[in-house]
Design a protein around this ligand. Structure first.
Ligand SMILES: Cc1ncc(COP(=O)(O)O)c(C=O)c1O
Length: 354
């Protein structure tokens, strides 16, 4: 608190990211990072690009990267916007497209950055309750709105929404932008990208932080109609001309081009996830169906906070949410390597036997 703060700063409730521990010997299953490193081709490119050219500004429009992303998704480069992580892309989306006279709608249990952006930009919003099975019921969104946003699969539940339901939502809300945040889509959820040419009100965001193991590089993007992309570019060019540095652009291109590595690591994460679900169910956990690189699970008798605390004592960190109350029995567990998962299962069985 300071007399020098502007009014808006006094009113902000900032997002609290999951812990990034300073000690090394932890099994870190709390922020949905990929347990496998980035493609070796990315590392080669980053080393090669660390050269004298760093004295020059990067391309302000990241044209090479946009055209690689466009080719990958079979779109045109003017349907692509890139930013410093999808969090930055989302921030621009909230400011450029979701600040309307009617409220923005999003699930009551979802990515907790959404209400934070609303606070920052003064956007009115309504939280729509997930149903009893923690699923998005699209009929609950049949109400006046200035836009809709949700992750697919949803976070932290991990539950995917089928594409035909997303299409119905797009048809019913032609006057508003529908944003599908596909941060985790590559781990077994169907993407809405193929609807983009049919629906000018659809914007899809993706990130290189999860399936491409580049959370430390900070690269996210949005795909949609050129008019939506232009709105984001106008905000970006009023904020930071060079959000993508030279290393990030080169590394991102190499990551997207190495399709084999991407496919192999995604398949491995999915296989480990499925095996972990079976082990947890055998230990009296209920696990929500996941289309992401994490699972949301609750135990029959031990509450979520106790579980997270006991795991932490054994050097394993998972994420526990204290709000809303409906999800306090759960813990969110990021899928690690097979060895990390085996350790998790063994520690859990000891904790539950105590
Ligand atoms: C649903 C969702 N969207 C977006 C992001 C932001 O990802 P990044 O800024 O690393 O691209 C996250 C990060 O965890 C997320 O969970």
């Amino acid at each position: 608190m300071s007399q020098y703060w502007s009014d808006i700063v006094h009113q902000l409730t900032p997002y609290v990211p999951g812990e990034q521990p300073k000690v090394q010997d932890l099994i870190k299953l709390n922020t949905n990072e990929n347990p496998y490193g980035p493609s070796p081709k990315v590392l080669e490119v980053l080393k090669a690009e660390a050269n004298d050219h760093l004295r020059l500004y990067p391309d302000p429009n990241s044209d090479r990267l946009k055209s690689v992303i466009a080719d990958y998704h079979q779109l045109n480069a003017n349907q692509v916007f890139v930013g410093n992580g999808s969090d930055e892309v989302l921030a621009h989306i909230f400011q450029a497209l979701l600040k309307q006279s009617r409220p923005l709608l999003f699930p009551d249990i979802t990515y907790s950055f959404y209400p934070v952006y609303c606070g920052l930009y003064g956007i009115e919003y309504e939280r729509i309750a997930l149903d009893r099975r923690f699923e998005i019921n699209i009929h609950d969104y049949d109400r006046p709105n200035g836009g809709i946003i949700f992750p697919n699969p949803n976070a932290p539940t991990g539950i995917p929404l089928e594409l035909d339901r997303i299409e119905t939502l797009l048809q019913k809300n032609r006057y508003a932008v529908v944003v599908v945040d596909e941060a985790y889509v590559d781990f077994g959820t169907e993407s809405a990208v193929r609807l983009i040419n049919q629906y000018p009100n659809l914007l899809v965001t993706q990130t290189l932080s999860k399936a491409r193991s580049l959370a430390g590089l900070r690269l996210g993007f949005a795909l949609g109609h050129p008019d939506l992309i232009e709105a984001l570019t106008r905000v970006k060019d009023s904020f930071n001309s060079y959000p993508i540095d030279r290393l990030a652009e080169a590394g991102a291109i190499a990551a997207i081009e190495d399709v084999d590595y991407f496919d192999a690591t995604c398949q491995q994460v999915i296989a480990t996830r499925d095996a972990l679900v079976r082990s947890l169910e055998a230990m009296a956990f209920t696990v929500l169906p996941s289309g992401g690189n994490f699972i949301f699970a609750k135990h029959a008798t031990m509450d979520g906070m106790t579980l997270a605390d006991k795991l932490r004592e054994q050097h394993i960190i998972v994420r526990h949410f204290t709000k809303p109350e409906r999800i306090t029995p759960f813990v969110r567990i990021t899928i690690g390597t097979d060895a990390q998962t085996a350790q998790l299962v063994s520690v859990l069985s000891n904790i539950l036997a105590e």
